[in-house]
Design a protein around this ligand. Structure first.
Ligand SMILES: C[S@@+](CC[C@H](N)C(=O)[O-])C[C@H]1O[C@@H](n2cnc3c(N)ncnc32)[C@H](O)[C@@H]1O
Length: 204
């Protein structure tokens, strides 16, 4: 569905409202738990990092190195303007992102549900390849297979996801092990349908 490309335009338009909200958001508990699993001073990739606040900032304050990628130029502009130490923010669609680097942890907080439905499957193998053995992947997700449009701050947004079972099957086949999953995670009056922390198992 080409509607996924609408998101970039829409995020560029609502960036100020978005940044305001995220400047006043607490760091969610799963983000804090995730970081406790990552080796000190490790490298973290933040997929769909938005304004860099509060997630990338929190990682940096705890002495981790962060690469944040987002296809919204305006989001990356804001993220860069915060001068978050040990961070690099890159304008890139996740599917075009290339690096030789491997990460100790990858976070995709509220971003995977914007990816095109027909490309949802391939993102897990790409993430798997970007991770070091025995490293962690934290993400939020819907629970049911879905594809729809919605509005935020008056702008249109595209959403899609696979079913919970398909995602778990894909991940298990690749070599991920589930650390935990939370359904209907509520914090600060915001609900995430499904929060997942998975570990890439070393195949050696
Ligand atoms: C709901 S926001 C979440 C931002 C951030 N993770 C946070 O917690 O504030 C989703 C972000 O994902 C980005 N995004 C959506 N699809 C993307 C893609 N294919 N590649 C890179 N970034 C994408 C959007 O531009 C947006 O900044």
């Amino acid at each position: 569905m080409e509607n996924a490309s609408i998101n970039k335009k829409s995020y560029n338009k609502i960036v100020d409202d978005w940044a305001k909200i995220r400047n006043n958001s607490a760091v969610n508990k799963p983000i804090i738990d995730f970081l406790e699993k990552i080796k000190p001073n490790g490298d973290i990739l933040d997929i769909g990092c938005g304004s860099g606040n509060p997630i990338a900032k929190y990682f940096s304050e705890n002495n981790y190195s962060i690469i944040g990628i987002d296809f919204s130029e305006k989001m990356i502009e804001i993220a860069k303007s915060q001068e978050i130490k040990n961070s690099q923010f890159i304008v890139s669609d996740f599917f075009d992102f290339e690096t030789d680097k491997k990460f100790d942890g990858i976070v995709a907080w509220d971003s995977l549900f914007h990816f095109p439905k027909e490309r949802q499957k391939e993102l897990y193998s790409k993430i798997y390849d970007l991770l070091l053995p025995n490293s962690y992947f934290l993400f939020t997700h819907g629970k049911k297979e879905d594809e729809h449009m919605d509005k935020m701050f008056g702008e249109p947004f595209y959403y899609s996801c696979l079913s919970r079972n398909s995602v778990l099957e894909l991940m298990t086949d690749l070599g991920f092990e589930l650390e935990y999953e939370i359904e209907n995670f509520v914090e600060e009056n915001t609900t995430r349908d499904w929060v997942v922390l998975a570990k890439k198992i070393s195949k050696t």
